[in-house]
Design a protein around this ligand. Sequence first.
Ligand code: CU
Length: 335
Amino acid sequence: MNRRTSSRLSVRSALATLVATLGGCAWDGPMTTVIPRSDFAREILHVYAIVTWVAAGIALVVGVALAWVLARFREKPGAALPVQTRGHTLLELAWTIAPALVLLVITIPTLHVIFRTQGAPPAQALEVTVLGRQWWWEFRYPTLGVATANELHLPVGRPVTLRLEGPDVIHSFWVPQLGGKRDVVPGRSNRLVLTPQVAGAYWGQCAEFCGASHANMRMRVIVDTPDAFARWVAAQQVTPPEPSGPAAAGKAIFASRACVGCHTIRGVSAGVLGPDLTTFGSRTTLGAGLFPNTPENVAAWITDPGALKPGVKMPALGLTDGEARAVARYLTSLK
Ligand SMILES: [Cu+2]
């Protein structure tokens, strides 16, 4: 390969890398960190903006200085060695003090935000216990007597204290538009206090590698108006009525299988290894944010969960297609 071909090749691969890298950028993607929707996320964006602008300014100064040096002191045939500088006190002082100043500019707002966001929760804060499990999220509202999974409902404008705990391995709770990542560590209770400021649905994701389906451990946080939240809570507290039609057959199958050992449905079963299914039909997604919650997807899940989610801790129980469809009808009717 001659020099021209090889340099053309390197320009092309540099361009391809640039395009691939920029392709991953989106201002308003589902996991954006630059459109904050809570006080906590706003504080973090504030520090992020300072650091970014400071870094951009430094990159500009360094880039221009480097370009100037490269042009000015370029090696020319026959030219003498330029004057060499060693142990220049003023220069040494300057490049010690300048980075110290940069660190100071970053440290002060960072510490400020750390103290502002780690304070004790306000008295009227809503309490939610968040359990990170391989590979789904459990949400318990101890003061409301409600438990749900993978879709956390919060009222807009009210502070919430999330107590992060976990029974298995380390996970990390991360809903970028609502707040920073915080680890969920077995045997420890971490806390995240924030106030959602805009109603809407926000995506989250486990952010600490936790095994086979780590990438499939998503969640949604639905920030409701206070009225909608009150209605949601009331609906969660009801014991589901007796189903009729095909759903009734589904209930009978559910109640006679191992499902009851792992799942709670109020009035039917009290299992704790899997998500509470009391109002499963009111959730929009299935399998920790993986699939839309439709009867077809639920039937496929019940038939062979491992085919939809690698490593899943729910076994295939050998239900026939008909049985799985009936159970799916029952579960999606629970609202
Ligand atoms: Cu994980």
